[in-house]
Design a protein around this ligand. Structure first.
Ligand code: GLP
Length: 235
């Protein structure tokens, strides 16, 4: 794990952007993408650049059950808005939150991931240490699955909805097992509310109760954190 401390999310987005460009220069063709406020500066750097993404395939981590691109709170909508509309890719996969048969659909999504091995994956970090929507306690070898969101995640994500009661209670998420297969990973975190999760991810024991701690077991992980998110690190 390589840890890079930056001043804020603007500087952090630029560091991620440089890492991404290097991965593309080294031949990355399939990129794993995340939503949330964390990667916004990174996506803004891509859209304002002259990078051509038309040869790439992307696979997103997660989506709320019950939402699809027609809803502005969906992760498909977020991706169109922050990246895909400005920088078209060859193919973009985001889980379909409206799939009629979720059990069959998660297997289909696994097949998509198997057929397009991820070269470079960007991750945000939940306040409780989740990655994608892999909540505390999730087995480390799990593949795509339907998740019951924890109260802490529902609360944290309610800022994007009118009322907390509007936040979907379930999501489809790529599993930790699939995320860990990515050849290279970049994790970003900004702000004091991520400081505990960042400490657990970097300095804590590798435990299922803090899903991001599993990233310690991998070499090719770059962590980009701002001063506030790094504030509880002791080493
Ligand atoms: C959400 C998403 C994650 C994201 C995380 C952090 O629940 N499922 O993929 O990384 O929470 O969100 P944010 O970046 O808005 O803090």
């Amino acid at each position: 794990m390589k840890v890079i401390k930056v001043k804020d999310n603007v500087e952090g987005g630029k560091v991620a952007f440089e890492n991404f460009k290097e991965a593309l220069a080294n031949g990355a063709k399939v990129i794993g993408l995340a939503t949330g406020s964390t990667p916004e500066t990174f996506y803004a750097d891509i859209t304002s650049s002259d990078l051509d993404l038309s040869g790439l395939t992307s696979i997103n981590l997660d989506e709320y059950v019950g939402l699809d691109g027609s809803s502005d709170q969906s992760y498909r909508y977020f991706m169109q808005e922050h990246l895909f509309d400005a920088k078209p890719l060859k193919e973009t996969f985001v889980p379909n939150g409206k799939a009629a048969d979720l059990d069959a659909y998660v297997k289909e999504y696994d097949k998509i991931i198997d057929e397009h091995p991820i070269d470079w994956q960007v991750l945000g970090l939940g306040q409780n240490g989740h990655i994608g929507f892999n909540e505390p306690g999730t087995p480390i070898d799990i593949t795509t699955h339907v998740v019951d969101l924890t109260e802490s995640t529902i609360k944290a994500n309610s800022r994007n909805f009118e009322n907390e009661s509007d936040v979907p209670r379930q999501a489809i998420s790529m599993g930790i097992g699939s995320i860990m297969k990515s050849k290279q990973l970049v994790v970003m975190a900004w702000g004091a509310e991520k400081a505990d999760a960042v400490k657990g991810m970097i300095e804590g024991p590798v435990i299922v109760d803090l899903p991001a701690s599993i990233l310690q077991t991998r070499d090719n992980v770059t962590v980009i954190i701002d001063e506030a998110a790094a504030s509880k690190l002791t080493k």
